[in-house]
Design a protein around this ligand. Structure first.
Ligand SMILES: C[S@@+](CC[C@H](N)C(=O)[O-])C[C@H]1O[C@@H](n2cnc3c(N)ncnc32)[C@H](O)[C@@H]1O
Length: 398
């Protein structure tokens, strides 16, 4: 039996890796060889196996009707932080966007789904629900009558012999009743030809497989490659996120450096800062006195408060040094500021600039904010922006 290039196809949806991933190339092969009219999967979860079948059906343009059955309550799997609803929505989105014309997801128990399929109609059944012996035996017995004369059943996890898994036991019981084959990689995948009319070349292929391990190795290697690609994609995504976070931090450092170079950072005088806190924070009405530093007795301050004071002092100082803040002009044109007793320069830095008030007759804050939307969206005071960047960039002030 020829193995076509389909088995080398790239996997379309490869964000989620599960124990099934390594069987993806065989899923492509199986669909190509069996060309099922009806495919049913019991246990779809994220759709690793199901969407591999769907991908092959879609690429081969088959007229298969496919059904993925799962209650999506997430038993026996490491859900991580995803809820069962997240997983269902993930699978539903892929299904609706890419395969809805031939595939349906049935959110119900396997037993509930039984009534929706006539006897002897299913050509390919994948059983991948609960893996303890009793459950897998139940799934096999209840769905067996649904298998068509050319029906094939595959079971995942047939090579797991711990944690209460019992697929291996069921396979031991039935493998001599039907032509069968088992891949040992990827936790094991057992293939059982239930029907009487299985295509002869497929039976020959299984027969040949029993004797020659070449194809077994081929599928194991192709599966491993896909699994490693998944891991690589995840690591690349993680690297991308970390690089983006690092770049953000670097940008912040650069901004701070630019502010420092532009003179926005004035080294604070310790005695001044301490005095400022007692006046401006506790008694805002006396804040105007702070523009002239004077001596005071140092007292202890919280770090956050201290940092805020240092920052405010720097901003205030650079506005005053710019020559573009006229205290009398500001008070005259803003009687509300004069009335509230707040330091005019501090009012401009904290509120006035953002409100479009002019710090002097020649600098038009409203014009600057409207003309330069980047300043507005960065949430910067217009005059402070002009001092730090705008002046050097040749931006207009009115
Ligand atoms: C091992 S996961 C399926 C893995 C999937 N085939 C893949 O490729 O990764 C088993 C799924 O079967 C579902 N399941 C188990 N027993 C079920 C039952 N009796 N009825 C409906 N869903 C069931 C669980 O919700 C779970 O999502």
């Amino acid at each position: 039996m020829k193995i076509s290039s389909l088995v080398f196809s790239e996997v379309r949806f490869n964000e989620k890796t599960t124990a099934w991933t390594e069987h993806t190339p065989f899923a492509f092969f199986l669909i190509e060889k069996l060309r099922p009219r009806i495919l049913v999967e019991l246990g779809t979860q994220y759709g690793t196996s199901y969407f591999a079948f769907c991908q092959a059906i879609s690429e081969l343009k088959l007229s298969t009707k496919a059904y993925g059955v799962d209650i999506w309550y997430g038993v026996d799997i490491g859900l991580g932080t995803a809820t069962a609803t997240d997983i269902f929505q993930y699978a539903l989105k892929i299904n609706n966007q890419h395969y809805a014309h031939f595939s349906n997801l049935l959110q119900m128990t396997f037993d509930e789904a039984l009534v929706y399929f006539n006897d002897e109609t299913i050509d390919l059944l994948h059983i991948d629900g609960m893996h303890d012996y009793a459950s897998v035996r139940h799934d096999f017995d209840t769905w067996l009558p649904k298998m068509s004369p050319s029906g094939v059943i595959i079971f995942h996890d047939s090579n797991v012999r711990e944690n209460g898994f019992g697929v291996w036991k069921l396979f031991e019981e039935i493998k001599n009743l039907y032509p069968s084959f088992e891949f040992l990689h990827g936790y094991g995948l057992a293939v059982v030809c239930i029907g009487r009319d299985i295509p002869k070349d497929f039976l020959d292929f299984l027969e040949h497989e029993q004797r020659d391990t070449f194809v077994q190795h081929l599928f194991a290697s192709l599966g491993k490659k896909i699994s490693l690609e998944y891991q690589l994609n995840n690591l690349q995504a993680e690297l991308g996120e970390k690089t983006a976070a690092l770049n953000q931090q670097l940008a912040l450092v650069q901004t701070l450096q630019q502010e420092k170079n532009a003179g926005l950072w004035v080294e604070p005088r310790h005695d001044f800062i301490l005095q400022e806190s007692s006046n401006s924070i506790v008694h805002p009405a006396r804040e105007h006195q702070l523009e002239t530093p004077h001596n005071s007795t140092p007292r202890s301050l919280g770090f956050g408060k201290l940092a805020r004071l240092v920052h405010e002092r720097r901003l205030k100082s650079s506005v005053l040094k710019s020559g573009l803040f006229d205290k009398s002009y500001y008070l005259q044109n803003n009687p509300d500021v004069a009335a509230c007793g707040m330091s005019p320069v501090m009012h401009y830095v904290k509120f006035g600039g953002f409100e479009g008030r002019k710090p002097c007759s020649i600098f038009d804050s409203a014009y600057y904010l409207n003309a330069y939307p980047d300043v507005k969206s960065a949430g910067m005071n217009p005059l402070l922006h002009f001092i730090a960047y705008g002046r050097a960039e040749g931006r207009r002030i009115s």
